[in-house]
Write a protein that binds this ligand. Sequence first.
Ligand code: ISE
Length: 346
Amino acid sequence: MSTIADLRVGVVGAGQMGADHIARLTNTIAGASVSAIIEPDAGRAAAAAALAPGAQTFTRIEDAISAGVLDAVIIATPGQFHEPVLLPALEAGLPILCEKPLTQDPESSWRVLEAEQKGGKQLIQVGFMRRFDAQYRRLRELITSGTAGELLMLRAVHRNPSVPDSYTQEMLITDSVVHEFDVVPWLAGATITSVEVKYAKRNALSPDHLREPVLVLFELDNGVLVDVEMNVSVQFGYQVATEAVFQKGVARIGQPEGLQLWQDAKFQIDEHQSFKTRFKQAYDVEVQDWVDAAKQGTIAGPSAWDGYKVAVACAAGVQALKTSGPVPVELPEIPAFYAGAVPVGA
Ligand code: ISE
């Protein structure tokens, strides 16, 4: 590491999320700067480089590692490219913040776990940013405190205004419900045991190749039942909200929080249009905590094991898209390497 004051971060992938993190590291995060942008598309690389003065551009992570310009990496490529970036970064002993999902399937996630264990140290934090959102944290405290009684149900909505043509049916699970697969067990202190998908009446405004919205039901090993309305063509805005039903009360997070306007005999509240604004504060806290932890040689959030568990739930969820009834989620024994480790914020 060059100096403890300035963590030199390489950002791999300069698409939407990568560019967002490059701007965040440059303008908002203390004690870190973007030293390298690793992006094969020249146009994207140039646009991202303009956001981070002084950053060098590379097309492959191996070249940035050999150039000796990295203390840590953020991986923000599409999920199918994570494993080929994670393995050399682990080999080089670099702290990693890997955007969700860890990888696309349980088998490749398991290979990543093996590579991390070989290095003898937890280097991977998975970018499930909801754990850093103030409202989710508040809800978790309420659940843990027991002041409203035992948690009985979690009822979630996950609504996107629209999705690009590249968004496939499976991505309802692997790109979107993936967040609930991480955050729900974290909230409820429990493990997912089964996943079921039910189809609603199809939205004629959805892209032709998508059949949605869907209702995703999952059961937890503590008896809590969870339902998620997954809906990616709502047109009007971006909404991620949860209602928690307790023995003695009900709690809600994720309600519209923008400008309130009374005009022309109507009342309106501004709604988010994207996850980038809805979770801006969460991303800022996530990246700052990760930078601070990386300097101490630790992680500050969901681990590679958490990423693996989500990959297993996603595999069941993808199967549930094509099956009627619940699909079991079966996890192997947690490796001893991860069993004792409870990172901050996790
Ligand atoms: C997107 O990739 C995200 O990660 C967002 O948080 C999620 O709400 C959206 O559905 C995904 O497509």
